[in-house]
Design a protein around this ligand. Structure first.
Ligand SMILES: Cc1cc2nc3c(=O)[nH]c(=O)nc-3n(C[C@H](O)[C@H](O)[C@H](O)COP(=O)(O)O)c2cc1C
Length: 187
């Protein structure tokens, strides 16, 4: 697939086939995501791969609970607009994806979040190149239970930057509308 096709084909996918993604393929995609640039070539990204739907359900339940608690504590929180959706028991933050990959990094590293986001961008493109779909799921960062963090092997002093679901798309939506680029000035 050429680059223009890749760009145009990438979408946030929220509907997946049941089919699992082989770990070898996820490893290839992770490898390609490390071709992203990083500040001082620091490559601060680390990865947690979760293929276990029961565990994903647990993460979804905990994240939903935490976000709803946040809304209860502060009704002006911007996440309030998602309240109804989050209260729906049928709603799983990972949709029906077979896997989620967390891109994480050590908190103390200054450019780590930007570097991880760049790796995520490469990850999403590598997935499209293999006929796979992804979606960045920010909600999945809202987990705090020590037991759950321990279960996923989340290391101390790290931060979750990008949770990406991955799977074979069941449905590919049309491209979400893009605004014209805002060019401030051409000098
Ligand atoms: C930082 C970030 C957080 C996002 N969080 C979520 C999320 O929690 N749930 C979700 O369904 N999509 C999430 N998305 C996907 C966006 O909704 C999506 O990228 C946007 O609507 C544009 O659509 P496209 O990716 O198909 O071009 C997130 C995207 C980014 C970049």
């Amino acid at each position: 697939m050429n680059y223009a096709d890749l760009l145009l084909k990438r979408r946030s996918i929220r509907n997946y086939q049941e089919k699992a993604v082989a770990n070898e393929i996820i490893m290839e995609i992770i490898k390609e995501s490390t071709y992203a640039p990083s500040a001082g070539n620091g490559q601060p990204w680390k990865f947690i791969v979760i293929n276990d739907r029961a565990l994903m359900q647990e993460i979804s339940d905990e994240a939903k609970k935490n976000i709803l608690d946040r809304i209860a504590a502060n009704p002006n929180d911007y996440v309030k607009k998602y309240q109804k959706m989050l209260m729906n028991d049928q709603y799983n933050i990972f949709y029906n994806a077979p896997a989620v990959v967390y891109i994480i990094g050590e908190k103390k590293l200054k450019n780590m979040p930007v570097d991880c986001a760049l790796a995520a961008s490469y990850f999403m493109m590598s997935a499209v190149d293999r006929g796979l779909g992804t979606c960045w799921i920010n909600f999945a960062r809202q987990i705090s239970s020590p037991e759950l963090l321990n279960k996923i092997g989340f290391p101390k002093n790290h931060e979750m930057i990008v949770p990406l679901i991955i799977g074979y798309p069941a449905q590919i939506p049309t491209m979400a509308k893009r605004n014209e680029p805002e060019i401030i000035k051409i000098l």
